[in-house]
Design a protein around this ligand. Structure first.
Ligand code: GDD
Ligand code: MG
Length: 360
């Protein structure tokens, strides 16, 4: 079985993290986002993952070689000369996708969920349509593709991308299982799977949707990234609690990489991940945040509701809170107060920022 992951797009909503790495390589719970997906695909018998890339191909390629070895799966690239949208890349990778003549998976690269892929394969076999999509319920459907379906058999009546008026709360979760015949409907030119392909297949009554009840989140923007982290850790707690950290200084769900060092008298949690090689000095308080690889948090500092990029430093007794996102290699001086700021990579912060703003 094959799978294609839509990797293109500039990931602008996840800046400044995506100024250092393409979005799929940004870590989520101490692992590149895309590795969560590749592992889930491998688990249901996918033998080759094709990455549809339109941006930073070199960086992606070297990371992929590492994943191939780690996961034991073939990972290849299909590179666009110009962005082909969400459907064009499928036509570009046509030869690879039709090789086995069997249905293949397509995934958006910025979603984290329980990946009910096995269930999708069974669902697809049962309805005998041309395409299956995973849908999930959300409170705010307007920023997604909304799917109106027949509750009895899952047949999709309409697919409306980013609707301006309310049509329903079941949205496209960004995971598809498609027959190879779908490829006959697309050319390798900029085309949208959501605005062109799915509405056309739905019109013919050949598009089916499986409703997922597990957790799901598009982590393509910081607020959702942290929400997704909370859901993911909660999921880990249910399925593999042994991976989570335990200790008198831990509150709730916390994931700390083995190589991280934690000082005396810290309080960590709930909903925190600490990446490899991080150094957390004594008396630090961390809650609802992610520290990427190599971050140093100096003594008595406080980080909450924020994302700290690779190899950054939070100074002694400093406070970083309220959806602050520090890019790679940012250094916050001692005692500074940062509220909701977005800091571009390689900056030194030597004054307080009490209001959310972008620090260039
Ligand atoms: N190769 C390639 N080329 N990939 C692309 C391109 C392109 O030109 N444009 C976008 N992508 C990739 C993105 O990297 C992402 O993985 C996926 O296609 C979807 O693009 P987003 O920019 O993340 O779209 P969205 O989040 O606004 O909406 C999509 O995802 C929602 C679920 O998270 C749609 O599929 C919605 O229908 C869906 O509900
Ligand atoms: Mg997205």
């Amino acid at each position: 079985m094959k799978a294609l992951i839509l990797v293109g797009g500039f990931g602008t909503r996840l800046r400044p993290l995506t100024l250092s790495k393409p979005k799929p390589l940004v870590d989520f719970a101490n692992k590149p986002i895309i590795l969560h997906q590749i592992e889930a695909l491998k688990a249901v018998g996918v033998s080759e993952v094709i990455l549809a890339i339109s941006y930073q191909p070199q960086v992606m390629r070297s990371a992929l070689e590492e994943f191939e070895v780690k996961v034991g799966i073939k990972v290849t690239c299909s590179q666009e000369m110009e962005p082909l949208g969400t459907a064009g890349p499928l036509a570009l990778a046509r030869e690879k996708l039709i090789e086995f003549g069997e249905p293949f998976f397509v995934l958006n690269s910025d979603i984290i969920c329980e990946y009910p892929l096995k269930e999708m394969i069974e669902f697809h076999k049962a309805h005998r349509g041309e395409a299956s999509i995973l849908v999930t319920k959300v409170d705010e459907p307007s920023k997604y593709g909304v799917v109106v379906l027949d509750e009895e058999n899952g047949r999709v009546n309409s697919f409306i991308e980013k609707p301006v008026t309310f049509v329903g709360n079941k949205i496209n979760a960004g995971i598809y299982f498609l027959n190879t015949s779908v490829l006959d409907r697309i050319q390798p030119i900029p085309t949208s799977i959501e605005r062109e392909l799915f509405p056309a297949i739905a019109n013919e009554g050949k598009l089916f949707a499986m409703v997922s009840t597990g957790f799901w989140m598009d982590i393509g923007q910081p607020k959702d990234y942290l929400k997704g982290l909370r859901l993911y850790l909660d999921h880990l707690k249910r399925v593999s609690p042994e991976i989570l950290s335990v200790g008198p200084y831990i509150i709730g769900n916390v994931l700390i990489a083995d190589s991280a060092k934690i000082g005396e008298g810290c309080i960590i949690g709930p909903d925190v991940t600490v990446g490899p090689d991080c150094i957390i000095e004594s008396g630090v308080r961390l809650s609802f945040c992610t520290l990427m690889k190599g971050v140093r948090v100096k003594s008595s500092a406080h980080v909450s509701g924020s994302i700290i990029g690779w190899h950054s430093t939070v100074g002694q007794s400093a406070q970083v809170s309220n959806m602050a996102v520090l890019g790679e290699d940012v250094h916050v001086s001692d005692t500074m107060f940062l509220n909701g700021v977005v800091v571009l990579p390689h900056k030194e912060i030597k004054s307080h920022f009490v209001k959310p703003e972008i620090i260039m």
